[in-house]
Design a protein around this ligand. Sequence first.
Ligand SMILES: O=P(O)(O)O[C@H]1O[C@H](CO)[C@@H](O)[C@H]1O
Ligand SMILES: O=c1cc[nH]c(=O)[nH]1
Length: 234
Amino acid sequence: MSTPHIQAEPGQIASTVLMPGDPLRAKYIAEHFLEHPVQVNSVRNMLGYTGKYNGKDVTVMGSGMGMPSIGIYSYELYNFYGVDTIIRIGSAGGLAPELELMDLVVGVAASTDSNYATQFNMPGIIAPTADFDLAMNAVSLCDELGVRVMAGNILSSDIFYNDQKDALLRWKSMGILAVEMEAAALYLNAARAGKKALCLLTISDKPLEGSGLSSQDRETGFTQMMKVALELVQ
Ligand SMILES: O=P(O)(O)O[C@H]1O[C@H](CO)[C@@H](O)[C@H]1O
Ligand SMILES: O=c1cc[nH]c(=O)[nH]1
């Protein structure tokens, strides 16, 4: 079996998948953290690897940027490959004043400006949420490791360069901690499939202040988040 976007054979994908947006971040994690990594996907260069971490099977695969992209990959992983848990490990723009570059954020819920949820035809507004145990365990692990972390509501936006200059300020005024571009679709696909998801983020930018990390740091610099995510693998 393969899908239009994933060439892996059945059994080549572990029940837990770590998903950075950047496929080169997936390659970096496989090469630096996994034992015996095997490449299981290269369709569209969306690199995926399966290996072991502390004796446990884990797959690391890119999601691409934005909700249409992670919507495709998470749907296929949950529904065609029997994946149980997807942990997104992404970069984000910090909105909460307490957040500094390289701090971690646990996305307990993902507010959004996207229409992704309309396909589910809910009779109201559904709140895309993380798996509670995964979120709690991630915060505990950060505390144990002495990693600075905040947990709460994040924004999954369709728009990186927004013409509405006050949009982020308005989300910030409602307590949104950070902005990224995938978690809401991931959480909704997990809910629909009856599966688990979490979005862990590293603050790579302070968009309201104009500071940010280099592209190289975004590819390889997020080792604390990578370790926390790998420790969450059951
Ligand atoms: O670093 P990743 O995981 O790609 O996440 C963030 O970075 C990209 C934008 O630069 C978007 O995908 C956003 O969600
Ligand atoms: O969506 C994103 C991701 C990283 N940094 C941002 O400012 N926005």
